[in-house]
Design a binder for this molecule. Structure first.
Ligand SMILES: Cc1cc2nc3c(=O)[nH]c(=O)nc-3n(C[C@H](O)[C@H](O)[C@H](O)COP(=O)(O)OP(=O)(O)OC[C@H]3O[C@@H](n4cnc5c(N)ncnc54)[C@H](O)[C@@H]3O)c2cc1C
Length: 334
């Protein structure tokens, strides 16, 4: 178990109601303790104790990576509440890379099809073997220093966090020992990652943080629909589905030339749909036959399509936990 603490120079009454509201939004259970309040998040426990006019917050997670995410979650909440200036973190060892960051190097950059580039990185990715399928690339101006931890365990971003592009990507393949991994980049107009990959040299350092996001799903029936950005996630979900899983999956890509080989289990029917033939994620989702009984539907696409997909999932009677409609990118937003 990894732990850290922070002091908040405000009374509990100023802090707790907002925290409890936010916990409800992220579906994190709240428990009243003898001396305080406990919020049980995905990353670990936040225990809040009243200490006169101040509050002590104790953070505990299974490892240092989750502890950093838990700390970032509390920071995010304080930022939204305008309370960030009230916090003082306990001091820790400074100077190391952030606990959730892995610094590896580029082994190859290959064009896999007209619209996709595959990057293979080598390093210690063992912790990516379990848990979330995703990570964030860390891209800054060439020659910039990598982020590091300050004496409170927080991340220092050289030139400020806004100077960093930190898009989410999906692990497409990973070595069984975590010694390398690959990710597929969809090439699109104006993409900074595409520009970065175009000049990436063999041996160049590549930094990323993670793992994060959802893992594999275990429902007996799955319905998956996504665009180019969701292709790696859908393929991982299909290839990692437990034996006997039934379902359908459709991936929308620019044209037939972007189809990739997939080892699809017997019970899952994978189809590809092509934009040059007028295909869209929502048309595919609207045509999907979703059975009754235990099921899981996943849709990932552009933000406005994800919003429509959420409405359609509701209209289909899919309940919380039975579906996720996720925005993997947002048109016109960086
Ligand atoms: C959990 C998760 C996993 C993801 N996994 C992958 C993955 O494995 N492979 C992958 O390619 N993407 C993936 N994405 C999507 C990726 O993070 C975004 O597309 C991101 O914006 C890419 O950054 P960029 O530098 O290419 O574009 P940016 O520099 O961020 O954006 C530049 C412009 O391009 C537009 N843009 C961004 N994405 C697209 C797009 N797909 N099509 C058209 N225009 C676009 C933006 O609106 C903006 O106007 C994932 C996203 C999430 C949330």
């Amino acid at each position: 178990m990894e732990r850290t603490t922070a002091i908040l120079d405000i009374p509990a009454a100023t802090f707790l109601p907002g925290l409890i509201r936010r916990a409800a939004e992220i579906e994190a259970p709240v428990q009243v303790l003898d001396r305080g309040t406990r919020v049980q998040t995905h990353y670990g426990l936040l225990d809040v104790f009243e200490d006169g006019e101040r509050i002590q917050v104790e953070l505990s997670s299974k490892d240092s990576v989750n502890l950093l995410y838990l700390r970032d979650t509390l920071d995010w909440h304080l930022g939204l509440e305008g309370l960030k200036h009230c916090i003082t973190w306990a001091r820790m060892r400074a100077g190391a890379n952030p606990a959730n960051m892995v610094l590896g190097h580029c082994e190859s950059v290959t064009a896999v099809s007209p619209s996709f580039i595959r990057v293979r990185v080598r390093g210690d990715y063992s912790r990516f073997l379990d848990g979330g399928l995703h990570f964030r690339l860390l891209i800054a101006a060439k020659g910039s220093d990598w982020p590091y931890s300050d004496e409170t365990g927080g991340t220092v971003w050289p030139s400020g966090v806004e100077a960093w592009h930190r898009p989410a990507y999906t692990i497409r393949h990973i070595c069984p020992h975590g010694l390398w991994m690959e990710f597929d980049i969809f090439r699109h107009e104006g993409g900074r990652v595409n520009d970065w990959a175009a000049t990436l040299q063999e041996g160049e350092e590549v930094a990323l943080t993670g793992p994060g996001g959802t893992g594999l799903t275990e429902a007996p029936w799955i319905g998956l629909v996504g665009d180019e950005t969701a292709m790696p996630a859908i393929i991982r979900m299909i290839e990692g589905a437990p034996l006997g899983t039934q379902g359908v999956a459709t991936i929308v890509v620019p044209s037939a030339a972007d189809v990739q080989p997939v080892s699809c289990p017997e019970g899952i029917q994978l189809t590809w749909a092509f934009r040059d033939q007028g295909a869209s994620v929502m048309d595919v989702f609207r045509a999907m036959q979703v059975p009754e009984g235990p099921r899981y539907v996943y849709v990932a696409a552009e933000k406005s399509e994800a919003a429509l997909a959420r409405e359609h999932a509701k209209a289909l009677g899919l309940k919380r936990g039975e579906s996720h409609a996720l925005a993997y990118w947002a048109a016109g937003e960086e």
